[in-house]
Write a protein that binds this ligand. Structure first.
Ligand code: DON
Length: 320
């Protein structure tokens, strides 16, 4: 007996993707992130969706090969890489694994918990997480992260210089959070170096197809199903997916779990990821965001595809 869902047929996946794209492509709600000037310039009508299955099949529709900034979705992969090097318990102990119930860049959340960031998926926790990655210098720390992200994607990724420059020139709030963490003893490298490495990780260019491949690596228990490389230990995957469920869409994580039922993660670049463990991952991209910072069309598409294909980790399905 197995509780794992079967991988849907290629025809069913293709149909769900085409339907989601047609249904939501004209939705006009939301606005590009404007607090990072380069993100405000991205054409708002772009809309791409990709699915990569846990056995390596790839499906795409729309602008699935447009390169956009990964932004906060990177937090998942930094979390994974730090767990890989230090073990899950170190990350859990030093950063935490609870939802803050507050916006992704909340300072109040840090204050309320005496400097413990709570989650590696909010800005404070992500910068604390990056500072934990063992490395002799900030450059080496960055190289390690980029190499790890590239293994998840199955190709060499790179920073979008324009996004990095734009974000590095305006990230005063994040710099403030880093110093606050430092004052509480929860920043484990030079604070401004951690902030800079984090800013670079947010500026990495990915496509919806890359995003789905990165997610499918988690869906497949840490193996990239396209390259077949083992990227992270299978034992680290459940806590990562659990944390995505609790905090992946910030203060809308409960609504997302209720409606979609899959671990997810969003980024202000317009990307959104949903992972069906053992089955597949959905990577969607559409720049306009809701007030919480989640892609409007991306979330609608992921919800539609997950519901249509009957993917829900809370479904309690027993097969075979
Ligand atoms: O730190 C920031 O504000 C951005 N680099 C990333 C924020 C983000 O993507 C939040 N997600 N929806």
């Amino acid at each position: 007996m197995s509780t794992q869902q079967p991988i849907p047929s290629a025809d069913a996946i293709r149909a769900a993707l085409a339907e989601a794209h047609a249904k939501f492509r004209d939705v006009k709600e939301g606005a590009n992130a404007s607090y990072i000037p380069a993100l405000a310039q991205v054409p708002s009508d772009l809309f791409g969706i990709a699915v990569v299955t846990a056995d390596g099949q790839i499906f795409e529709v729309g602008d699935a090969n447009y390169a956009f900034a990964i932004e906060s979705i990177s937090k998942v992969f930094s979390m994974a890489l730090v767990m890989e090097e230090l073990g899950a318990e170190v990350l859990h102990d030093k950063v935490g694994a609870d939802p803050t119930g507050l916006p992704f860049n909340s300072v109040i959340a840090v204050e309320l918990h005496n400097g413990k960031p709570l989650s590696p998926l909010v800005n404070a926790g992500a910068m604390s997480t990056v500072s934990l990655l063992p490395a002799a210098s900030a450059d080496k720390r960055w190289s390690k992260l980029l190499a790890g992200y590239s293994r998840f994607a199955g190709r060499q990724l790179a920073v979008i210089d324009e996004v990095y420059t734009s974000e590095a020139a305006t990230n005063f709030h994040n710099r403030g959070i880093c110093w606050l963490l430092y004052s509480y003893g929860t920043m484990y490298s030079d604070p401004m170096e951690a902030c800079d490495v984090y800013t670079k990780q947010c500026s990495v260019a990915i496509t919806a197809r890359d995003l789905a491949t990165m997610g499918a690596t988690l869906a497949a228990g840490g193996h990239n199903p396209v390259t077949r490389e083992c990227v992270v230990a299978a034992s680290n995957v459940p806590p990562i997916l659990a944390e995505m469920t609790m905090e992946g869409l910030y203060d809308a994580s409960g609504d997302w779990a209720f409606n979609v039922g899959l671990p997810g993660k969003s980024g202000v670049g317009g990307g959104i990821l949903a992972v069906a463990p053992g089955v597949l991952a959905i990577g969607a991209f559409a720049p306009p965001l809701d007030p919480v910072g989640n892609s409007v069309r991306g979330a609608l598409a992921a919800r539609h595809i997950a519901n249509t294909l009957g993917l829900n980790v809370f479904g309690g399905r027993i097969a075979g």
